[in-house]
Design a protein around this ligand. Structure first.
Ligand code: ZN
Length: 333
């Protein structure tokens, strides 16, 4: 049993309370590799932002749970080395699929876990969430739960159709489970293809897809039921078209990839939404930088040659999100 406190990590409780009050959101960036971890820490330190580093089940399988935990511990030390005296870094399990997965993360040093029972019948979602909360709170680990279903594919989580969160359920759900934050479904979606072309309109000049707007009425109704309660948005990459274009013009094939416009996320960040999950955008930044690098330097084969610009591009993206979309810059301490 390793406590996150020994690793220098923090849970989300105070961070979320301040974010809800302050009208900004904490970035939740997924990581699987050392370069992503370094880019996240560099961006958070430079912008003086708290940050959530999250790990999905797929990431644990890819990188190995023990390695990821030590990387998060390393992230805290690295942030200090970069000049941040008191970094606020959360190590969070994204889409925990069972009590056992959540328990194993809590026992190995995670400071926050998500139990995703959103695909279960309502009462079963409550039962498993409550079980995780009761275990987690013994160790001061915070728990995110989910109500409503997001469409899209993220690692092993996939759903064909989304179902918006029902605002009439949120009081009952949060009271009975004791969860610390709630992920809701208001039209965001996992992956780089958030909407089918037939759900969008097409810009006549650029030919780019314009996605349907988020359901802010659902968000407002949830906020009214649970004033000040921390709300989480998943699947909130914007799929920057400059990356898609670089990828597609250098041998890639991502037709009609489309995300959530940043203005809408900015608007959400000013409300009770206090955690915004961004994963696909960093994958796109990394892939675009690597494809561009190989197009310009076909003779390179040292991973450091192409991972250096990839890491730089991800860092640039993380800083942009923190400063221009989430507004969490300068909020440390
Ligand atoms: Zn998600």
């Amino acid at each position: 049993m390793v406590s996150y406190k020994e690793l220098g990590l923090v849970n989300t409780r105070e961070m979320f309370a301040k974010a809800v009050k302050g009208g900004y959101a904490i970035p939740a960036f997924n990581f699987n590799t050392m370069e992503q971890m370094q880019a996240i820490v560099q961006a958070a330190v430079e912008t003086k932002s708290p940050v959530i580093m999250q790990v999905s089940k797929g990431a644990r399988k890819y990188a190995n749970p023990t390695i990821l935990r030590y990387m998060a511990q390393g992230a805290v030390e690295y942030a200090k080395e970069l000049g941040c005296e008191k970094p606020e870094i959360v190590l969070h399990l994204d889409h925990g699929d069972s009590f056992e997965t959540c328990k194993s993360c809590i026992d190995s040093g995670f400071s926050s876990v998500m139990i995703d029972g959103s695909s279960l019948p309502y009462e079963e979602n409550i039962a498993v969430t409550k079980k995780v909360v009761e275990y987690a709170h013994q160790f001061d680990v915070t728990v995110e739960a989910e109500l409503g279903v997001l469409a899209g594919v993220e690692d092993e989580v996939s759903a064909a159709e989304s179902h918006y969160t029902k605002p009439e359920e949120v009081i009952d759900f949060s009271t009975r489970t004791g969860c610390d934050s709630l992920a809701i479904s208001i039209g965001t979606s996992h992956g780089a293809y958030k909407f089918k072309p037939e759900q969008c309109t097409r810009d006549p000049e650029t030919g780019l897809l314009i996605p349907p707007p988020l359901a802010f009425d659902v968000l407002e109704a949830v906020e009214k039921k649970l004033p000040g309660f921390p709300i989480v948005l998943h699947g909130s990459s914007s799929v920057p078209q400059e990356y898609v274009k670089i990828i597609n013009t250098h041998g890639g094939k991502l037709p009609d990839a489309v995300g959530i416009p940043e203005e809408q996320l900015r608007k959400a960040a000013k409300s009770a939404v206090c955690k915004i999950n961004i994963d696909s955008d960093s994958r796109l930044a990394m892939t675009a930088a690597i494809r561009l690098h190989f197009a310009e330097h076909p003779e390179h084969f040292d991973p450091r040659q192409y991972l250096t610009p990839a890491r730089e591009e991800m860092k640039k993206l993380y800083i942009h999100k923190i400063v221009n979309v989430l507004g969490s810059d300068g909020k440390l301490g």
